[in-house]
Design a protein around this ligand. Structure first.
Ligand code: NAG
Ligand code: NAG
Ligand code: NAG
Length: 945
């Protein structure tokens, strides 16, 4: 026979710190919400943080409250796996009611705000209750059904600061064993140069077996892993950490004796957060592209950049409610923050209550004396009066706008307002939507607004919307002793802007469903993460190009990743989550949709976004604000409902409670969103190859590589001519062969230089009167007035007068003349929307081609291998690039040893070829000056060879 249960499932998102407020009184509407067991519930709140104390329900209220031995935690286990920033955590607790009478067993855990719960199970004496995720109204309907039969549990929703409480309470008969298990997932954000994974560890009682087990798997490699002892000195030396190159394992397993507060205590000392901090290796600036299971994740967190100057305006609420600790802490924080301004920064201060006062009329330079004066000003503030938020923010935008109009803002600088307030507006414009509209209208696109809400009287939702809408970020601050350090930490996160206007580009034809890919700012210590789906069926490599403005340059950073690169690594690790890319994508997408919904101007659009979020939630099995979790036994005749905290801040518990329920903290601050590091072989442009034989090549920017097999040397040089110009490569009047190449330019300059490439190659075989034109679009053969062509989408050949043109679809074309002379042209395709690069061609000419001794041209002149001597090798300016003297045809000049790319075997990355580099467009090595090789037409012979 089935035992009879009474369930009470509470989702309590409460300010832990405001419990003292709650007990002052309980409004009727909260009673209604709680629905049952209100008194028992409250008694627990009053008792504070004990998690498994027995509640004084009516039947037992006369008994002694010391029942602590009668409820036992048999085991309490936390397992967490972080796979490339994706943390999946399980908390499992096995509890038994050792008493003879029924008791409430409570399972209460805190999960980080913003994490998505994906599973909850409960096993009561062998009967397993499993969870399913349902659209909210559907879940409520199912719940109501069960309730009609008297077999359902109640629900409470409310909110907390950076944690959310999940609370289940089950009334079970004596002797019953219950196992609770919850799973949740989140993406760990990089803040202040580290990832921090926090697990709330508050079992409430001694546990026979207590264990925290964390595994970190980071394909980029772990720079460090640190486990600060946040649980207290009591636990010194109990945590073990083993760290490998890319993996780490952390274990915390205090014995029963170690858990005790004191040797004779029956209460546990385990009551706090278990924290792991780490960072990953970042070798290259363009970030890391990780591709797995049809999704890519791009982590971008460049370092070693000079900070951009900033224009910063602090707007500080000094209304009466700030009086006391809050103001004292704010002053302390502001003095520290002002002290950190850089000499290149401009700043000012504004304080407001019902009036607005400006410390200075406009922005001033952050000189030591100005900073001192600002500190003195702050020190003298005495809070009083009302709160005129509208006026204060409009004045701040006015100051920035004016400075901009007067040309006082460095075009490379970042402008921001940091707004600090602890309450709703009480003076002037009171309507929040109107304030929002006013601010938005007056903020220019390149200004951002960051909002700090102190304490809980402030409408944090409003601050969040205000920040989101104006490219900033919002943070709530407790308003206690830690206010100052919290404010300083927040400031540190936005104090070092390193890049502006960051855009992430991917080949349109290979990727879809990309998350946000353009960002206003990147702040030092953070990370931008972009994700999307990628069609790996027809792809070997995925390339990305990030463009951004740094303090002294326009940056173009390329990353290239092999789509199978992670397969091997992932298959060898039994802990790594094979769905990490998909989960990260879903996490980012849902958070983004939630932010978009928050800002949606019309109800119709809101509904649409809600629908998308709901679909994501059901597809990926995660609880979002539009879904709820139904927990039921196998027969489906006993149900519980776990709902999300309410969306509507003022909806449930009017201010009297001191709880301001709010939307879970889903802001995606643009600065917190960046991600990292995939090596960008900036030089690794794509190019092809003609078998690995000695060969003369011109490829990529035009880099010429002249191979000298007899002396076993390669000589290379670059030609920098303008787009549109035509260069002669081979001109052999005796055999009647001409090869010319026409230059095209990249779409934009990179490092002050416009790269040029061959966009068209022309071959003229005079004796046959045949011309072949190879462009990046197609290959055309002309015989007098007759012309025929193949497109690069074809694989095929044309034969005419013993000349064979053979095209390998999207790769290369070989031209063979009479079976004895050959050329290969390789196509380098970049993606359609590539921000910088264009499609281009490389040409490979074997030295064995039977040209005449009179052959000339940039390549032709080296066809019979010339005598070259290189001597006096010596260290160069760059220790990796030795210098030497080259003697050639009577000239002596300095050459430098370097690497060039040969793309014959590795079409994408190229193969490094050691060569002696001749400077100044080949001066001294090529006959004459490079301009001597400019010809008027694609089929022109050189005039005076
Ligand atoms: C939820 O967790 C239980 C217990 O670990 C497991 O059996 C079940 O498959 C999980 N459900 C989902 C949807 O992951
Ligand atoms: C909502 O979505 C539908 C279908 O995707 C679309 O046709 C419609 O235009 C959208 N409405 C709004 C207001 O965006
Ligand atoms: C041309 O491209 C095809 C396809 O990549 C490759 O197999 C072939 O080796 C290339 N031809 C030469 C001559 O390199």
């Amino acid at each position: 026979m089935k035992p009879l249960f009474c369930f009470l499932l509470l989702f309590l998102i409460s300010e832990m710190h405001s419990f003292d407020l709650i007990i002052e009184g309980i409004p009727d509407d909260l009673k209604n919400l709680l629905d049952l067991e209100v008194d028992g519930f409250l008694s627990k709140l009053m008792a504070g943080s004990g998690r498994y104390q027995r509640s004084t329900s009516d039947e037992h209220s006369g008994e002694s409250t010391d029942d602590s031995d009668k409820i036992g935690i048999y085991s309490y286990k936390v397992q967490s796996t972080i796979t490339s920033r994706l943390a999946s955590t399980m908390i499992q607790s096995k509890v038994v009611n050792n008493a003879k009478h029924p008791q409430h067993l409570v399972f209460e855990v805190q999960i980080p705000k913003g994490a998505f719960i994906d599973n909850f199970t409960m096993d009561v004496n062998g009967i397993t209750f499993t969870s399913s995720i349902k659209e909210k109204s559907e879940a409520r309907r199912m719940y109501a059904q069960a309730r009609a039969k008297g077999k359902a549990a109640g629900i409470v929703r409310s909110n907390a600061l950076d944690m959310e409480n999940f609370r289940t309470e089950v009334n079970v008969p004596g002797g019953t064993k219950v196992q609770f298990e919850i799973h949740y997932q989140e993406m760990i954000r990089r803040r202040l140069s580290s990832y921090e994974h926090t697990i709330s560890l508050r079992p409430g009682r001694l546990a026979k077996h207590l264990e925290v087990d964390i595994r970190i798997i980071e394909p980029q490699g772990l720079r460090y892993v640190h486990t600060p002892n946040t649980l207290g000195d009591h636990f010194d030396g109990i945590t073990t950490l083993s760290k490998g190159e890319k993996k780490a394992h952390i274990s915390f397993k205090p014995t029963l004796a170690q858990q005790r507060k004191c040797p004779t205590c029956s209460s546990t000392a385990v009551d706090g957060n278990f924290v792991v901090q780490y960072d990953v290796n970042r070798e290259k600036a363009a970030g890391e592209l990780e591709i797995f299971n049809g999704y890519f994740i791009h982590f971008f967190a460049p370092e070693n950049l000079d900070p951009l100057p900033k224009n910063i305006l602090f707007v500080i609420d000094v209304s009466g409610s700030m009086w006391g600790l809050k103001m004292k802490q704010t002053i302390e924080a502001m003095k520290a923050i002002l002290g950190q301004l850089q000499p290149s920064d401009q700043f000012s201060l504004l304080d407001f209550n019902h009036n607005v006062r400006c410390w200075r009329d406009g922005l001033v330079e952050a000189t030591p004396s100005q900073i001192d004066e600002a500190k003195n000003y702050i020190q003298g503030i005495h809070p009083n009066g009302g709160t005129n938020i509208n006026e204060a923010l409009l004045r701040a935008t006015f100051i920035l706008n004016e400075a901009k109009n007067l040309g006082m803002l460095d075009p490379n600088s970042v402008s921001m307002i940091v707004f600090v307030s602890d309450g709703d507006p009480t003076v002037g414009e009171l309507k929040l939507t109107t304030i929002q509209k006013n601010v938005k209208q007056n903020m220019q696109d390149d200004f951002s607004l960051h909002c700090l809400g102190i304490g809980f009287d402030v409408d944090y939702d409003f601050l969040q919307r205000l920040a989101q809408e104006n490219r900033g970020t919002a943070q709530r601050i407790f308003g206690n002793q830690e206010t100052s350090s919290q404010m300083q930490q927040f400031y540190s996160q936005v104090s070092t802007p390193l890049l502006r206007n960051i855009e992430f580009n991917y080949p349109q034809e290979s990727v879809s469903d990309i998350t946000q890919n353009s960002f206003h700012n990147y702040f030092g210590g953070s990370e931008i993460v972009v994700s999307g789906k990628v069609d790996t069926q027809n792809l070997q490599h995925l390339e990305s190009v990030v463009t951004a403005t740094a303090s002294n340059a326009q940056l173009v950073m390329e990353t290239l990743a092999d789509v199978e690169e992670l397969d091997d690594f992932m298959s060898k690790d039994k802990y790594a989550d094979p769905k990490f890319t998909e989960k990260l994508w879903a996490y980012l997408t849902v958070n983004q949709l939630l932010a978009e919904r928050n800002l949606a101007p019309t109800a119709a659009l809101k509904r649409n976004i809600t629908k998308s979020i709901l679909q994501m939630s059901l597809n990926h099995h995660i609880v979002t604000p539009f879904t709820a979790m139904v927990i039921e036994n196998p027969n489906g005749d006993e149900r519980m409902l776990a709902d999300q905290p309410r969306d509507n801040k003022k909806g449930c518990c009017p201010g009297t409670l001191g709880i301001t329920p709010k939307v879970p903290d889903k802001t995606i601050p643009s600065w917190a969103n960046p991600t990292p590091v995939a090596p960008s072989p900036a030089s690794a442009q794509k190019a092809p190859t003609f078998a690995m034989k000695p060969i003369h090549t011109v490829d990529n920017d035009p880099h010429f590589i002249i191979n000298l097999p007899k002396s076993q040397k390669n000589i290379c040089f670059n030609i920098n001519a303008e787009p549109g110009k035509i260069l002669n490569l081979v001109s052999d009047a005796d055999t009647g062969v001409v090869v010319n190449g026409q230059l095209i330019g990249a779409k934009k300059q990179e490092h002050e230089k416009l790269n040029t490439y061959f966009g068209k190659i022309g071959f003229y075989f005079k004796s046959k009167d045949l011309k072949v034109e190879v462009s990046t679009e197609m290959i055309t053969l002309k015989d007098g007035s007759y012309s025929t062509g193949l497109s690069w989408a074809d694989t095929g050949s044309i034969i005419r007068k013993r000349l064979l043109v053979s095209v390998k679809r999207e790769h290369n074309v070989t031209i063979t003349v009479d079976g004895e002379m050959s050329f290969m042209v390789v196509l380098h395709r970049v993606w359609k929307n590539h921000p910088v690069n264009v499609d281009f061609l490389g040409i490979y000419i074997p030295p064995s081609n039977p040209f005449s001794s009179k052959a000339h041209g940039l390549i032709g002149q080296f066809m019979p291998e010339p005598e070259v001597s290189i001597f006096n090798e010596r260290p160069g300016q760059d220790p990796k690039k030795p210098e030497a003297t080259m003697e050639f045809k009577g000239h002596k000049f300095t050459v430098t040893r370097g690497l060039q790319k040969d793309y014959r075997t590795d079409r994408v990355f190229g193969t490094d070829v050691q060569c002696w580099f001749v400077h100044n467009s080949g001066k001294g090595f090529i006959d004459g000056h490079y301009t001597d090789y400019l010809v008027p037409h694609l089929y022109s012979f050189l005039k005076n060879p």
